[in-house]
Write a protein that binds this ligand. Structure first.
Ligand code: AMP
Length: 113
């Protein structure tokens, strides 16, 4: 686990507002929401980003996308939402444990960068 804050959240050592959990993923509300609904979906297994996840032989990346859609529907985001996963310095990734942001609940900015 090391010093990974999301590993500690998944282990229950740091509190979080859990939204969803299954055998592979854990989802919780972002502590600094950038939209009315802002949820993070992370794999329980530590990996740094989607590039690492995509190199696996299993379908964890696809599973994470399906979990995002399931949560968005459960949150009532029928008017749409945005899924983002940041990677590395240029992507402004600040936590080095893969996560997908679900943003919605209101009209989002049309600027992506
Ligand atoms: P990123 O910049 O893509 O790595 O996103 C990291 C996200 O984690 C940011 O949106 C932070 O607000 C969020 N975050 C950091 N610490 C916590 C925490 N303890 N609980 C919930 N969200 C957090």
């Amino acid at each position: 686990m090391g010093d990974c804050i999301f590993c500690k959240i998944i282990a229950g050592d740091i509190p979080s507002t859990k939204v969803y959990e299954d055998e592979l993923t854990y989802a919780f509300r972002d502590i600094n929401p950038q939209a009315k609904v802002h949820i993070l979906v992370a794999p329980k297994e530590h990996m740094k980003d989607m590039a690492e996840c995509a190199k696996r032989t299993d379908d964890l990346a696809g599973h994470m996308m399906k979990v995002c859609v399931k949560i968005a529907e459960a949150e009532g985001l029928e008017n749409g939402y945005r899924l983002i996963t940041n990677k590395g310095d240029h992507g402004c990734q600040s936590v080095g444990h893969l996560h997908v942001h679900i943003l919605g609940g209101e009209k989002l900015s049309d600027k992506m960068g």
